[in-house]
Design a protein around this ligand. Structure first.
Ligand code: AMP
Length: 286
């Protein structure tokens, strides 16, 4: 595996790959890698000559400075895992190279309601930071496809819209959420959960499955309220939102007949850790 910390040799390497006609798959991450990230590497490896995985803890997408400070960093272990997963290239640029003209210098994207609901409402500015950093990495890597996890469903919608607005020629591939044995969605933040809370956090997935099971015959706003109550009653749990939305517009759905693609989304604090998860509860590919 090649590992680059500097942009110039990285860009030379990439242009040599291009000259050879190699296709490039790209997996952007913030490190502290787990099986979820590695599943994206595998999917990219299966479709491209070379996979580039970036590791960059992007300051502009953290609305909470404490969250940025506490974000786990484990570079040596990450490189080891990437090597074992047969990733072709690890790219770990410095902040100065990602943002040579400072934060906020890239193109301006307008996401309308897409970044005002759910994560957008609770983490103001978060998605502008995400769009900005992914745009910048797409410039540096120039991949044929970018691989992202369904776990961050709204993030995928934002990046899809950013790619459309910027007119970029890159395919966006959304990969299924990888879960721990008890159903908890894998996340870099899970390492901050004490063992008992990590076990209890499986409740989030249980609640999502319950919504999926009952949605066809239930009143959706009652389901939402009940889910919120169930989470709030669990010791140490503090739900931020439970939403049932259209999978394309991310607008709230009031009845299952309103859409052929419906997703239930939850954000809940467990102790000190903010966890995000979602489940597709209806999808009919007409
Ligand atoms: P992060 O390092 O948290 O920014 O995540 C990097 C990429 O990995 C994003 O596209 C995430 O959606 C994806 N990802 C994170 N956790 C999982 C998971 N449990 N299953 C699948 N993809 C994931």
């Amino acid at each position: 595996m090649w590992a680059f910390q500097q942009l110039e040799p990285f860009e030379h390497f990439i242009s040599r790959q291009r000259a050879k006609g190699h296709s490039i798959g790209f997996v952007p991450t913030m490190g502290a890698l787990h099986a979820g990230h590695l599943s994206l590497i595998r999917q990219s490896n299966a479709a491209h000559d070379i996979t580039v995985c970036s590791i960059f803890v992007n300051p502009t997408q953290f609305n909470d400075p404490l969250d940025l400070l506490k974000y786990p960093r484990m570079e040596a272990q990450d490189l080891y895992l990437l090597e074992r997963a047969h990733c072709g290239v690890a790219f770990l640029p410095s902040e100065a190279e990602v943002y040579p003209q400072g934060h906020g210098a890239g193109p301006e994207f307008m996401f309308g309601t897409l970044d005002q609901i759910m994560e957008g409402a609770f983490r103001p500015g978060h998605f502008l930071g995400v769009a900005q950093v992914v745009y910048r990495f797409l410039q540096m890597v120039e991949p044929d496809a970018i691989y992202m996890g369904q776990k961050d469903f709204q993030q995928v919608a934002i990046v899809r819209e950013m790619i459309r607005q910027a007119g970029l020629q890159v395919r966006l591939v959304m990969c299924p959420t990888v879960r721990e044995e008890n159903g908890l969605a894998m996340s870099s933040r899970n390492v901050r959960l004490p063992e008992t809370q990590r076990t209890q956090a499986a409740l989030i997935y249980e609640v999502l499955q319950d919504i999926k099971e009952r949605a066809p015959d239930a009143n959706l706003s009652h389901l939402r309220e009940e889910a919120l109550r169930r989470l709030a009653e669990a010791p140490g749990f503090r739900p931020e939102y439970v939403e049932i939305v259209d999978g394309r517009s991310l607008q709230q759905v009031n009845a299952m007949e309103e859409s052929d693609f419906v997703v239930a989304c939850i954000v809940c604090w467990v102790g000190e850790v903010r966890l995000i998860d979602n489940l597709v509860i209806k999808f009919s590919d007409k």
